[in-house]
Design a protein around this ligand. Structure first.
Ligand SMILES: Nc1ncnc2c1ncn2[C@@H]1O[C@H](COP(=O)(O)O)[C@@H](OP(=O)(O)O)[C@H]1O
Ligand SMILES: [Mg+2]
Ligand SMILES: [Mg+2]
Ligand SMILES: [Mg+2]
Length: 348
């Protein structure tokens, strides 16, 4: 089955949400960063982006009911004292939609914004069609003025079939560039997308250049390999695995699912994610990224080599660890992972 219509709607939704987030990031003040009950940060861009994606999918696809599994909810926005913040978000959403010719003149109220965000309450699962959204992935990176992504995927019968990811600050050349390389740092903003069986592509986020197919690296020389991990949680096990593999370079730390995009484009050969014991991953942190990498010829699996299962609701059901790499390197990496885990007495 072709998912052309869904892909078109998702690209439009994610591009507009990225436009909203770019405006917010430029002028964001520390006082505008709220903290959620799980102690993680959230901003007007997270809420605004979720509302924009929800409204655009609704308008473009006119589904009987839109099933959206998304990160943010309106609990804090509905509390007394949030009125001004909600007004600001509504203005952002209104201005962003008005910036697209096809939506010019449409009026958006605070109630419309709250309803659009609340649309993201779906639980997902193994049957039917569900959109999966991380409106701002890597909010910590976003707040620091660094990397973040807007990730949207379509789940059909428990499988990811479409993925779209905007990385507004990611260089068009490579994610792994020197901080003082001005020419790369100035030429930023990527839109990655993939549909099942059709490959993975990238195009400039704010330009009109045609999409280019991306493929994972063909490098098999681990001495020259680059590997990625989260910015905020360097994990000792990652270093042991890299050392065992003979990787000499230090890990490159990047926020968000941009790490999946980087592996899909061949910027790096490996992304490791061994979080703290007991942490169960949200599907929206991986859905868009995983199909982009697999359609680019890569693999996404757990420490046992088993593909991730997106069919069990809002959380991923998998063993310890996530490994994103190339098909050629997978056996070597799994061996190094197994040995390092045994040595450090870490169970799957
Ligand atoms: N202590 C933790 N361990 C694992 N994942 C965490 C975490 N705290 C936050 N996260 C998740 O990791 C995501 C960011 O991933 P990364 O570290 O690769 O940038 C966050 O997404 P949000 O920024 O969308 O909330 C959040 O869902
Ligand atoms: Mg968050
Ligand atoms: Mg996230
Ligand atoms: Mg998020």
């Amino acid at each position: 089955m072709s998912y052309e219509k869904e892909l078109g709607a998702a690209k439009k939704a994610v591009s507009l949400a990225a436009r909203l987030s770019q405006g917010v990031q430029k002028t964001l003040l520390q006082s505008e960063v709220w903290t959620k009950s799980d102690k993680t940060p959230v901003t007007a861009a997270d809420y605004g982006s979720q509302a924009v994606v929800s409204l655009v999918l609704e308008r473009e696809l006119k589904p009987a009911t839109l099933s959206l599994v998304a990160e943010e909810d309106t609990r804090d926005l509905r509390k007394k004292g949030s009125e001004e913040f909600l007004e600001d978000i509504t203005k952002l959403v209104r201005d962003t939609l008005a910036s697209d010719e096809s939506y010019a003149g449409s009026s958006i109220t605070t109630e419309d914004v709250l309803n659009a965000i609340d649309c993201g309450k779906s639980q997902g699962g193994s049957s039917g069609c569900h959109w999966v959204l991380d409106p701002i992935d890597g909010t910590r990176g976003f707040v620091r003025g660094e990397q973040y992504a807007v990730g949207l995927a379509l789940l059909v019968e428990g499988k990811v079939v479409v993925g779209v990811m905007a990385c507004p600050n990611l260089p068009l050349s490579s994610a792994v560039v020197e901080k003082d390389d001005k020419s790369c740092q100035d030429n930023v903003g990527c839109l990655f997308f993939a549909a099942t069986g059709s490959g993975a592509y990238v195009q400039p986020l704010n330009g009109n250049s045609p999409p280019q197919e991306v493929r994972v690296s063909s490098n098999e020389n681990l001495e020259e390999a680059k590997f990625l991990e989260s910015y905020h949680m360097p994990i000792p096990l990652h270093s042991s695995i890299a050392k065992k593999l003979g990787i000499t370079a230090l890990p490159v730390r990047i926020d968000s699912q941009a790490k999946y995009a980087a592996v899909s484009r061949g910027d790096a050969e490996m992304y490791l994610r061994f979080t703290l014991v007991g942490y169960r991953e949200w599907i929206w942190d991986h859905a868009a990224g995983s199909i982009i990498t697999t359609e680019a010829g890569g693999v996404v699996c757990d420490a046992e080599g088993i593909p991730l299962d997106f069919s069990k609701g809002k959380r991923l059901d998998h063993n310890r660890g996530i490994i994103v790499t190339t098909k050629k390197l997978k056996p070597l990496i799994l061996k190094a992972v197994r040995e390092s885990m045994e040595e450090e007495n870490i169970r799957v």
